[in-house]
Write a protein that binds this ligand. Structure first.
Ligand code: ATP
Ligand code: MG
Length: 724
């Protein structure tokens, strides 16, 4: 590239990659970058912040920055720590660095970096070995909740999520009620916030009695150690000098605290992120660290990237449209993407009669993509929540298309996987390492009669074999990344995947929630279930939550390189009609009679909406400011679809007021707004259906079931003439 080279800045030319081929030198590393990316890559000291939209090469820029700094001798790879949010992303970064001729850099998740430090210092600080990491909170929480008299299905998972939020936000059990109230977090099921706090505290006690720690404890304990032991903090700071964090918009206060302790009073920190992709605020993450970076480090180098290298102009135009109406603090830093690639097909949206038809339709579209030459691993079907996976898994199975679930928890709950983990853990402790991880893990699993040879036939036996194969393949993958990997490394990796619910990959069409698809890309992406109440999810009942749903939709669309196929179903398994997602209106134009399935006609949002004044009231469907009295009373734009029967909600609220009066408690103790809206959306006709509404547990169903069901029945009759 450049002819004005400084010779002393080019020691990298002689570096050899792991493959033995001559690795590109420092200048070549820069040659693969555009001018802005290069600016980030060459700012090798002091604080750096890269703010950029999806697919603009953020991850590429920081990987090349590390490579450039190492190859020019300005950073020592062994003292460089790159932090990402999933082990897959960490592996990807190690792989890309190796390709650039750089080895020895630690690319880890916050969790694995902390766990390593905890393991190292624990004998000195506490004595003995670090307690085992609990793979799933539900296992300890379920008995805790049962003994308190709660047996609602999935309650343990919801309470676990609350505990995770609290710990990530550095909120102790004693402070939970106040903090959760401030953050307007609704307690799950029939519980009150006080109940959650009690369960949190009982869970912690029981876990400690059992000699276990959980996923967040790994960070909390590391923070505690660094905070209280100067010798430990100094040693860690000597070990790491340069820090990089990818996806920084989703850092939580606990992770930020750890990062601060690693840094001490130094500032060699490079962060990259996209505020418009903040999608974990419900777990305690916040984009405020990204948005406030310049405030904290006024001398930071700030770089913005706007060129999208990932997606076609058609996909980019749609992504820009999706964000055009975004609100919230994240929108302040919205960057309009500029497409760099050649044209591709227009994104499409298809409406199906019901969810079954949608699943088969999606499978048929996947078949067409496969037939036209897109490989299975380059196709992903994305949806809002895990529970939606089954329909697509089945439909693809029926069409004879192999699929891989990403981010499923079921993998780690399977008997054979749990047994394998226990055995591998035992072997790691018992010194079962021979120096060949691949052989060691095969020998451990041979005790479960596993061999490289697949069993004949299909069904459960084959499935068991395939699951164990995924564990073995993971070991092989670790060896490829690090030939010295041990059984303990495999245990760490599996523990972490269990905690982040990222099962090891197999080959096939990817099925994933949008959350699990963050940072990834495929040639073809199908986003399904784009119906109001599903995506945006029904409990997104505040402008802030709706904004998070919109960002999630933006993340979904921007995973696509070339093909983007959106779909929704008019009916939910035979129950009531639904509207299509308001996000589709934002992307394809607002006229519902124009489904856009003909080929992605993207129309403007209309001058009326642009002319709107800002008020404090925002539409709960599209997030836009509300102007007229009627709109403010409705809580939505008159043109936005109502996701539920509003008259019924009013009647439910009147009932709640009565009930609260009778019990002399505040109304929200009886039931939250979100739960009432959930009832009005799903119109349950039986106790069982009522129990499926988020916020209704066994107790509430018992106490209020009859009253609620009769209100719904009354409403169902009355609402037919309300419908326009
Ligand atoms: P996300 O916001 O989804 O995390 P990102 O900003 O991290 O995306 P990358 O994953 O780094 O983007 O890059 C997106 C794609 O564009 C990748 O396939 C990458 O290789 C390619 N790319 C990035 N920068 C360039 C460039 N300067 N020239 C060619 N291709 C590029
Ligand atoms: Mg990225």
């Amino acid at each position: 590239m450049s002819t004005a080279r400084t010779p002393d800045a080019l020691p990298g030319l002689a570096v050899r990659g792991r493959s033995g081929r001559a690795a590109p030198g420092a200048e070549a590393v820069l040659a693969g970058l555009d001018p802005e990316q290069r600016e980030a890559a060459t700012a090798v000291s002091g604080p750096v912040v890269v703010l950029a939209g999806a697919g603009t090469g953020k991850t590429r820029a920081i990987t090349h920055r590390i490579a450039y700094a190492v190859l020019t001798g300005q950073h020592d790879p062994r003292r460089t720590l790159a932090v990402t949010f999933t082990s897959r992303a960490a592996g990807e970064m190690r792989h890309r660095l190796a390709e650039l001729g750089v080895e020895g850099v630690s690319a880890r998740t916050f969790h694995s970096a902390a766990l390593r430090q905890l393991r190292y210092f624990w004998p000195r600080v506490v004595g003995g070995a670090v307690p085992d990491v609990l793979p799933s909170k539900a296992r300890v929480l379920a008995p805790v909740l049962r003994s308190a008299g709660y047996s609602e299905p999935s309650l343990a998972r919801d309470v676990a999520a609350e505990i995770e939020w609290a710990k990530s936000s550095q909120v102790a059990a004693a402070d939970y009620v106040a903090a959760a109230t401030r953050a307007r977090r609704e307690p799950p099921g029939s519980l009150t916030r006080e109940n959650v706090a009690e369960a949190y505290s009982a869970y912690d006690d029981r876990k400690t009695r059992e000699g276990l720690i959980d996923f967040e404890d790994v960070l909390l304990l590391t923070v505690g150690m660094l905070d209280t032991r100067v010798d430990v903090a100094e040693e860690v700071r000597r070990a790491y000098r340069w820090f990089t964090v990818d996806e920084y918009q989703d850092v939580n206060p606990l992770q930020q605290r750890l990062l601060d302790l690693w840094l001490g009073d130094r500032d060699d920190l490079c962060v990259v992120g996209d505020a418009s992709q903040t999608i974990y605020t419900f777990t305690g993450a916040t984009s405020s660290y990204l948005l406030g970076f310049r405030g904290r480090y006024p001398h930071a180098t700030e770089v913005r990237l706007v060129r999208s290298y990932r997606s076609t102009p058609q996909v980019v135009a749609l992504a820009n449209k999706v964000l055009a109406s975004a609100g919230g603090p994240e929108a302040a830093l919205r960057l309009e993407l500029r497409a760099q690639r050649g044209d591709g097909p227009a994104p499409t949206v298809t409406a199906y009669d019901d969810e079954l038809a949608e699943a088969s339709g999606v499978a048929a579209s996947v078949r067409r993509l496969l037939d036209s030459g897109t490989p299975a691993r380059e196709i992903a079907v994305l949806y809002r929540i895990n529970a939606q996976s089954e329909a697509f898994e089945e439909a693809l199975g029926e069409a004879g298309i192999p699929s891989v679930l990403r981010g499923e928890s079921a993998f780690f709950d399977r008997g054979e996987v749990r047994e394998a983990l226990t055995r591998i853990r035992g072997a790691a402790r018992g010194g079962g390492d021979s120096g060949d991880l691949g052989a060691d893990v095969r020998s451990v699993l041979s005790a479960m009669s596993w061999s490289d040879e697949p069993p004949s036939g299909s069904g459960a036996v084959r499935e068991r074999w395939e699951n164990l194969l995924r564990v073995v393949s993971l070991a092989d993958e670790l060896v490829r990344e690090n030939p010295d990997a041990t059984l303990a490394d495999l245990v760490d990796d599996l523990d972490q995947r269990a905690a982040t619910q990222a099962a090891p990959a197999a080959d096939g069409v990817t099925l994933a929630t949008v959350h699990a698809a963050k940072g990834l890309e495929w040639d073809a992406v199908l986003v399904a279930g784009l119906a109001a109440g599903t995506f945006p999810i029904q409990y997104a009942d505040t402008p802030a939550r709706l904004e998070e749903e919109r960002r999630l939709f933006y993340v979904a669309c921007t995973r696509a390189r070339t093909h983007l196929l959106l779909s929704w179903a008019r009916n939910r398994s035979g129950r009531g009609r639904r509207d299509r997602s308001p996000f589709l209106d934002a992307a394809f134009g607002a006229d519902p009679s124009e489904p856009g399935s003909a080929g992605g006609v993207v129309r403007g949002t209309g001058s009326r909406s642009r002319a709107r004044r800002r008020t404090n009231d925002a539409c709960r469907v599209c997030g836009k400011a509300l102007v007229t009295g009627r709109e403010i009373a409705l809580g939505r734009c008159e043109s936005c679809p109502s996701a539920y029967d509003e008259a019924l909600v009013e009647r439910l609220k009147a009932w709640r007021l009565d009930e609260a009066g009778r019990q002399s408690v505040p109304a929200f103790v009886v039931m939250s707004d979100a739960t009432l809206e959930g009832i009005a959306t799903t119109l349950p006709s039986s106790r069982a259906e009522l129990l499926r509404v988020s916020g209704i547990g066994a107790r509430k169903a018992e106490a209020y079931g009859d009253a609620l069901l009769s209100l719904v029945r009354g409403a169902a009759v009355a609402s037919t003439d309300d419908l326009s």
